[in-house]
Design a protein around this ligand. Structure first.
Ligand code: HEC
Length: 167
């Protein structure tokens, strides 16, 4: 008897959720401590866009270089994996860039990752330079020729690049 009731309740709640249109759902309020009227639509609007993810790209791509140079391959791998994860966020929030970003990942980021895994500095710098060119040509293609990534001359000062490296 109880199981029948449970199944019926599940069917009804499923049908009810189907009857809610996307518009109704976007207006559902999910109150927080600071905003009692926050809606699902508000939450959708504040997802990170390309600009935010690109700032992360610049930051992590810079660290990847100096981590590899210091032979801290674990740190280089970590930073590059985080960069790829950030890219996956923007593929969802800005789907118009999805195909170009996936191609960039397959053609450059994955190759860079394999030079890190192989701990091959010589191949690393070759692919790093090619990747930098690909970053900047995408900026030109997408109408942002004034954004050109340039490797900073000094390693990051806030990270101990020797951390975790066996001496
Ligand atoms: C698929 C094309 C594409 C690729 C590949 C790409 N970018 Fe970008 N990038 C953009 C676009 C478009 C913007 C402008 C962001 C916006 O419109 O909000 C941008 C902006 C930036 C910015 C400026 C962020 C800011 O607001 O201060 C930096 C830094 C950046 N990219 C670095 C990189 C680096 C480093 C790489 C390579 C590892 C890279 N980008 C690869 C398209 C791309």
């Amino acid at each position: 008897m109880k199981i029948k009731l449970l199944i019926l309740t599940m069917i009804f709640s499923f049908l009810f959720s189907l009857s809610l249109s996307a518009n109704d759902i976007s207006k559902v309020i999910v109150p927080t401590k600071h905003n009692k009227e926050l809606t699902i639509s508000d939450i959708a609007k504040i997802q990170p866009g390309l600009g935010v993810v690109m700032m992360e790209f610049g930051h992590r791509f810079y660290i990847v270089y100096y981590a590899a140079k210091a032979k801290n391959w674990k740190l280089a791998e970590y930073e590059l994996n985080e960069l790829i994860e950030a890219q996956e966020v923007v593929e969802i929030t800005r789907p118009k860039y999805k195909d170009a970003l996936k191609k960039f990942e397959n053609d450059y980021l994955k190759r860079l990752l394999s030079t890190i895994k192989a701990q091959n500095w010589k191949n690393f710098i070759t692919i790093y330079e090619l990747t930098t060119k690909a970053c900047n040509s995408c900026h030109i293609k997408t109408g942002h020729p004034y954004i050109q990534y340039k490797l900073p001359k000094t390693p990051p000062l806030f990270l101990d690049l020797r951390a975790g490296v066996e001496l």
